[in-house]
Design a protein around this ligand. Structure first.
Ligand SMILES: Cc1cc2nc3c(=O)[nH]c(=O)nc-3n(C[C@H](O)[C@H](O)[C@H](O)COP(=O)(O)OP(=O)(O)OC[C@H]3O[C@@H](n4cnc5c(N)ncnc54)[C@H](O)[C@@H]3O)c2cc1C
Length: 377
């Protein structure tokens, strides 16, 4: 009996150990009937690197689904919010990770996010006297920020504790994961799930040129007196954000530049971000300074504890959630599910996109062939 169960268990290889790969691997593992192996070049336990976007995220849950009209994006964000909202409960399973807080989204770009955000707790639009400089409208609600290094390691720990296997290797071609030959990988996997983020642009067999980097540069300020978040999206395309972390730091940013591969912080970007966030939140300056005079960005410099750059995995057409039968060799044809291209929303859509990837996997293994990108625009 035992032997038949093992034979029925399918071997799945997930490529990628960012937030998307880890969440997808756990989702498949939890379904039962699968033995899951993650292969990746970089894991959450590694030092931060430009090659691994997930370490650099904020990460807050403020859905931007309005910028991608696909209903599916909104549903992915909502499903993820419901799961993470439970995880973020005081005394929840991942201590030292989540901070629930009030967030206000200010805009002057004409977009109305009500349709995408009205499920957020205590959602309401703000009155004119609550607007920050540069804003014409605002919406406020309760959300959470998670601390990526802790969250990602918690996911990895869950995966391993539940019997998952990890293998470190940089693949040159997706077929290398299909035919055995890499120590630790199953000789004959039943399916591959590709969650390779920006790597989809380069990995042989995928080489998706619709994938491009959207550079971000963030600054962590030691400002434990600020316990709320704000974003401002302007008509000219400029965008600033600040989000408090459970650590007592406030992460600030405002750089979102497509096709900029520059891997380290730029001074001009630092000054631009500090000026932008100070305008929407002068309270970021130490309270004694703020009480006496209008703070300047020099008052924020001494609060800087970390700076970094991350490349969001942008994709023309949005997240790729598709499955196909891939011909690794004339003798080897196996299902590949694609789940990459999450741009600036990989955390907030992680569980939702993992659910879709699992559905694609099961339908393809059952003999079907699906493309959920169709009919959703
Ligand atoms: C500044 C900034 C702020 C952000 N803020 C937020 C936020 O507030 N909320 C939010 O939801 N999102 C946010 N994001 C976006 C989020 O970080 C990304 O969408 C998410 O991290 C993408 O995850 P991923 O798993 O697809 O990619 P990655 O984290 O880059 O992981 C890719 C994985 O694939 C592996 N891989 C790739 N190619 C290969 C190969 N050839 N062989 C082996 N392994 C390979 C890598 O080693 C890695 O393990 C932010 C991003 C940035 C840069």
């Amino acid at each position: 009996m035992m032997q038949r169960d093992n034979e029925a268990t399918k071997d799945i290889v997930v490529i990628g150990a960012g937030v998307v790969g880890l969440s997808t691997a756990i989702r498949i593992q939890k379904k039962g009937g699968y033995r899951v192996t993650i292969i990746a070049d970089t894991f959450p336990t590694d030092q931060k690197t430009i090659r691994y976007t997930s370490h650099w995220a904020g990460a807050h849950h403020v859905s931007g689904a309005f910028s991608d009209k696909r209903q599916r994006v909104s549903e992915m964000d909502k499903e993820t919010f419901e799961i993470m909202w439970k995880d973020s409960e005081h005394g929840g399973p991942v201590q030292g990770c989540f901070l629930r807080h009030n967030h206000t989204e200010f805009r002057s770009d004409g977009a109305d996010p009500t349709e995408w955000l009205d499920y957020m707790p205590e959602f309401r639009s703000v009155s004119n006297n609550e607007l920050v400089p540069g804003a014409t409208h605002g919406w406020t609600f309760t959300t959470f920020t998670l601390y990526p290094p802790v969250y990602l390691n918690w996911l990895l720990n869950r995966f391993l504790t539940d019997g998952g296997t990890i293998v470190r290797s940089q693949l040159q071609h997706i077929s290398q994961a299909m035919q055995g030959g890499i120590s630790g990988l199953p000789q004959k996997p039943d399916a591959i799930v590709a969650c390779v983020g920006l790597g989809a642009r380069f990995l042989g067999g995928i080489e998706d040129k619709e994938v491009y980097p959207v550079r971000g540069q963030t600054i962590a300020l030691r400002a434990p007196w600020v316990k709320y978040g704000r974003t401002l999206s302007c008509a000219d395309g400029s965008y600033f954000y600040m989000m408090p972390r459970v650590t007592g730091d406030v992460l600030v940013g405002g750089i979102r530049v497509a096709n900029d591969w520059f891997p380290v912080p730029r001074e001009q970007d630092r000054n631009y971000v500090l000026a932008g966030v100070l305008a929407i939140c002068p309270e970021l300056a130490p309270p004694e300074v703020h009480a006496e005079r209008m703070p300047t960005i020099d008052d924020l410099r001494s609060l800087i504890v970390e700076e970094g750059c991350g490349l969001r995995p942008g994709r023309k057409g949005g997240i790729r959630l598709e499955a196909e039968w891939f011909e690794a060799s004339p003798q080897t044809k196996i299902p590949v599910v694609y789940n990459y291209g999450h741009a600036g929303m990989g955390f907030q859509s992680s569980w939702g996109s993992a659910s879709i990837a699992l559905d694609l996997l099961e339908e393809t293994l059952a003999g079907g062939k699906l493309d959920t990108n169709k009919g959703t625009n």
